[in-house]
Design a binder for this molecule. Structure first.
Ligand code: C2E
Ligand code: MG
Ligand code: MG
Ligand code: MG
Length: 279
């Protein structure tokens, strides 16, 4: 009986594993067709200057509209794209689309807007990122300082030495560099000295309980002070309440993103917000 039960258990586990693997493979194959089928879109989340409340730019956030599954969150498909290598063509697409947006904004008299784009770990390790960026900037006459690239702390720390070279190369070109999800990577602070950065983005998980958790309030104010003493600007992520905004503003945080100001929205809606059309 024990033996047959054991076998039964084994079958159960093996079939759930197969199911997970099957679903993953299915997602992977859908994902690999999604670029060709033009199922991706860049949403834009306004980045707001704390002192004036004005929109100074946007973060590009990838959205996948699957015809049957609907909108799929990047938290679900980016890890699959990263593991399968699809993130490379997808990441290139994001950069190309981002360059188009910067050209479009310049033509509309919105050339002051800055665009922040997320990079994945694999893009950072690859060799095609810098040549592509050089080509996009040159072909489109884009000022490098209008482009900001975000790299998460954990992605940068996968290979600190090559990241430090890449970040240096980006800054030599005048492209801005931000460290994303700061404080969530379980890494030592010593990389702040190794990496050449322009901005530090405080992760939403610290901002969330600023009003209720004294530890989070201390961590956030210390992070802002640390960033400033290293010559970095600070963006707070996930600002949802007026009290959070006031706290961060009081600590000298330069810019913010969050639902208090706006959720990520399609391009047309973002442009309406910038030009003051009420939506
Ligand atoms: P992230 O770069 O840290 O982006 C911030 C995330 O927080 C976004 O989620 C945004 O919609 C969400 N958010 C912003 N404000 C608020 C708020 O006030 N409250 C709450 N609850 N959430 C807020 P999203 O768009 O789902 O993206 C998730 C992650 O997927 C991003 O985190 C980024 O790591 C990754 N991602 C998105 N687009 C790309 C891309 O083009 N390339 C790469 N490599 N990764 C991307
Ligand atoms: Mg980001
Ligand atoms: Mg983040
Ligand atoms: Mg994140």
């Amino acid at each position: 009986a024990a033996k047959s039960q054991g076998r039964g258990n084994f079958q159960f586990f093996s079939s759930t594993m197969n199911r997970a693997t099957h679903e993953r493979l299915l997602m992977e194959s859908r994902l690999s067709q999604a670029l060709e089928k033009q199922e991706f879109e860049l949403y834009l989340q306004p980045q707001v200057a704390m002192s004036t409340g004005r929109i100074i730019g946007a973060e590009a956030l990838l959205r996948w509209h699957h015809p049957e599954l609907g909108m799929i969150s990047p938290d679900r498909f980016i890890p699959i794209a990263e593991e399968s290598g699809l993130i490379l063509p997808l990441g290139d697409w994001v950069l190309r689309r981002g360059a188009q947006l910067l050209v479009r904004w310049r033509e509309q008299g919105l050339g002051h807007l800055r665009l922040a784009i997320n990079l994945s770990a694999r893009q950072c390790r690859g060799t095609s990122l810098l040549p592509l960026l050089d080509k996009l900037l040159a072909d489109n006459g884009i000022a490098p300082s209008q482009l900001e690239l975000e790299i998460t702390e954990s992605a940068a720390m996968q290979d600190p030495e090559s990241s430090s070279i890449l970040l240096h190369e980006l800054r030599v070109r005048g492209i801005k560099v931000a460290i994303d999800d700061f404080g969530t990577g379980y890494s030592s602070l010593s990389y702040l000295k190794l990496f050449k950065l322009d901005r530090l983005k405080i992760d939403r998980s610290f901002v969330k309980d600023i009003e209720t958790d004294p530890n989070d309030a201390v961590i956030v104010s210390a992070t802002i002070a640390l960033a400033h003493s290293l010559g970095l600007e600070v963006t707070a992520e996930g600002v949802e309440t007026e009290a959070q905004r006031a706290f961060l503003c009081g600590k000298g945080c330069e810019t913010a993103q969050g639902y208090l100001f706006a959720k990520p929205v399609p391009l047309a809606q973002f442009e309406d917000m910038v030009t003051g059309v009420t939506v």
